[in-house]
Design a protein around this ligand. Structure first.
Ligand code: PMP
Length: 405
């Protein structure tokens, strides 16, 4: 196998010792570690640039505004958006989806209307639609998937009716690892005149994204899962869609003119960015994108593909281990169970050996119900994960397996 694209030396935290074992960090789907350049960018902002953006008539405010808006351009270019004004900074994927679920639904959803969602969504791309459906007396319809974790596209086609108003689907399942055919799904949705929202939280750090090629109407993601800071993320929306939607949060920056009775609203992207944004985190996010582009998304995607193949082979060679989610097209996430052991017990024992995995339902309780399991153990990889990390996981599982019977 080739070397990991990101060296451990860029990530001081990976030197941590856990109970006298070297940390093996395999919880990257929850959040990735941050390279030094990202931490430095945040620290540099607070040390040298701190000021509120857009409104200030002074040097620091102008500098901070310039860097903030440059980052918007960088994000637009990174995901292939047509225009920087199509990039709305939010607190993360969850807020981006809630924005669309509230604003689009207020504009477009009426009693008896329908929203199509897949049955494998993270709660973040399910509960906002449940809330919207409840508010507007609409109905949710679900795309089923096979035991392997592959969406049933024929069933998806059949779900459309004249009342369908929106499709929401995850690009990559955080639990099953499935990469969904979102470009095909968007094409089918558009043939019915229906827009499509894609939850890209688990995709952007692992594969090149071109929102114009996918032709989705909305694409949502979080910086912290792509080597950037927590508390910052993006809603990409096609300009004409965002222009048609009412504001989500009211406050400073999102207005054009305010009188006591009513207001007019600012142009994109500011219409959807009320209040003081997390400027330092936006700049840290920019540093994360520079870091990813320094290696290149194709290199990262190729490496993680090899890593997934290696890890799947290693884990399947462990007796009594079964993988939940066996789609032919997967991202570098492996959910598994060992015999009848409870995932929490497995995770706790792995932790004692320095191995950080996630256990539980991974905010996808309907997936657990679908398989009739209480949860899974999830190992998820990043561009700094090495084959030695995978070997350490496999050896640890073999070592703890007798304690789990
Ligand atoms: N969607 C998916 C597929 C995710 O994996 C996650 C994070 N686990 C989210 C949405 C929510 O992301 P955030 O918590 O950063 O808003």
């Amino acid at each position: 196998m080739t070397q990991a694209p990101f060296p451990h030396t860029d990530f001081e935290i990976l030197d941590t010792k856990v109970y006298n074992h070297p940390l093996v960090y395999l919880d990257n789907a929850a959040t990735t570690q941050k390279p030094r350049t990202v931490v430095d960018a945040i620290s540099h902002y607070y040390t040298h640039l701190n000021s509120n953006i857009h409104r200030g008539a002074h040097y620091l405010a102008a500098q901070a505004t310039e860097l903030y808006e440059q980052t918007r351009h960088k994000v637009a270019q990174f995901i292939g958006a047509a225009k920087p004004c199509e990039i709305i900074f939010t607190r993360g994927t969850t807020e981006s989806i809630n924005l669309v679920a509230a604003s689009f639904s207020q504009m477009a959803l009426r009693e008896g209307d329908e929203i199509i969602v897949t049955a494998m969504e993270h709660h973040s791309n399910l509960v906002p639609w449940q809330l919207a459906a409840e508010r507007h007396k609409a109905v949710l319809r679900f795309v089923p998937y096979s035991d392997e974790g592959v969406l049933d596209i024929e069933a998806y086609r059949q779900l459309f009716t004249p009342r369908t108003r929106l499709v929401a689907a995850t690009h990559v399942s955080n639990t099953l690892g499935t990469v969904n055919p979102v470009a095909d799904m968007a094409r089918i949705a558009h043939s019915h005149g229906v827009p499509m929202l894609v939850d890209g939280a688990q995709a952007v750090a692992h594969t090149p994204i071109d929102v114009q090629a996918l032709d989705c109407d909305f694409y949502c993601f979080s910086a912290h899962k792509m080597y950037g800071p927590m508390g910052i993320g993006v809603l990409y929306g096609k300009e004409e869609r965002l222009n048609a939607m009412p504001p989500y949060h009211g406050g400073g920056e999102m207005i054009a003119d305010v009188s006591l009775q009513r207001s007019t609203y600012n142009v994109l992207p500011f219409k959807f960015e009320a209040g003081t944004p997390s400027v330092a985190d936006v700049l840290g996010f920019g540093a994360a994108i520079d870091y990813l582009q320094g290696v290149g998304m194709n290199v990262i995607a190729d490496y993680e593909k090899e890593l997934l193949r290696y890890a799947t082979e290693r884990l399947l060679s462990v007796e009594n281990l079964r993988i939940i989610g066996n789609a032919p097209h997967k991202a570098s996430v492996i959910s598994f169970l060992i015999g009848n052991a409870h995932p929490y017990d497995t995770g706790m024992l792995l932790d004692k050996l320095g191995i950080a995995v996630r256990t539980g339902h991974h905010c996808t309780q309907p997936i657990m119900d679908r398989y009739g399991i209480p949860g899974t153990v999830r190992a998820s990889f990043a561009a700094y994960t090495t084959t030695a990390d995978i070997d350490a996981l496999a050896s640890a599982i073999i070592r703890i397996a007798p304690m789990l019977q």
